[in-house]
Design a protein around this ligand. Structure first.
Ligand SMILES: *Cc1c(COP(=O)(O)O)cnc(C)c1O
Length: 239
């Protein structure tokens, strides 16, 4: 079967079940299904398949690479509000990206925050962002260490071209559920701590954590948004 049709079929088989699982996990944490946003992580997924998913009720997508995103963008039916950026972002790509997505979820440094703010102001807009926290991934370059996230938030609060709306995390995938649950719980605690500090111009309304293998756990521990790729579209085919 051709790759496009195959991925559409996989989406049809999985979408309803994932939405059910999200509703169940939301209930376990005392919330409603509508309180959780399912964002499809669409790296390597062809535009036709993404459009098909939106025609079936998907509401949010997130892309990882600026170049891949711009190749797909002219073919996408998703509105600006429905498109997020979730990948590692180099400062030299910021000018191009700003204004083409409704949120940049992967802001892990002051330098990147400043560049997004500057380029947004040049375009006369304010870009909603999430601060990316690096928990448990020692080798990873992306994301800010938990100890530095409050000071990053305070600095971001002074930048006029961005609006911090919450946190995003890509924790390492642990074999044991207990360990994974503990990591999600720690991230949630950090989110609450920052919210309680009531830092100027900083909102904590979105906690983006949980992927294909652990989105239910993440919701049980307080995620408001999950980013699911392979469970929606099947294994990624890198070309
Ligand atoms: C690819 C990706 C995901 C989704 O991963 P799956 O395990 O396929 O669900 C989520 N978040 C980010 C930042 C990603 O790059």
């Amino acid at each position: 079967m051709d790759e496009i049709l195959e991925k559409m079929k996989i989406f049809d088989e999985n979408f309803a079940e994932i939405k059910d699982n999200i509703a169940t996990a939301a209930k376990k944490s005392g919330r409603k299904a509508e309180d959780i946003t399912l964002l499809a992580a669409t790296k390597t997924v062809p535009a036709e398949v993404i459009n098909y998913a939106f025609s079936k009720g998907l509401t949010h997508m997130g892309e990882n690479r600026v170049q891949e995103y711009f190749e797909k963008l002219p073919h996408l039916t998703a509105s600006l509000e429905q498109r997020h950026f979730i990948g590692h972002l180099q400062t030299n790509k910021v000018a191009k990206l700003v204004g083409t997505v409704s949120m940049i979820q992967s802001v892990g440094s002051e330098r990147l925050a400043e560049e997004i703010s500057k380029r947004s102001l040049e375009k006369g807009i304010v870009t909603p962002v999430l601060l990316e926290v690096n928990i448990g991934l020692e080798q990873s370059k992306s994301g800010a260490a938990p100890e530095t996230i409050v000071s990053l938030a305070e600095k971001c609060g002074q930048l006029k071209g961005i609006k911090v709306e919450g946190l995003m995390a890509i924790p390492p995938i642990e074999e044991q559920n207990d360990k994974m649950r503990e990591i999600f719980s720690n991230i949630y605690q950090l989110y609450i701590d920052i919210r309680d500090k009531k830092i100027d111009n900083i909102m904590m309304n979105t906690l983006s954590m949980g992927m294909s293998s652990d989105y239910e756990l993440a919701i049980e521990e307080g995620a408001t948004m999950v980013r699911v790729g392979s469970s929606l579209f099947g294994k990624r085919i890198y070309k």
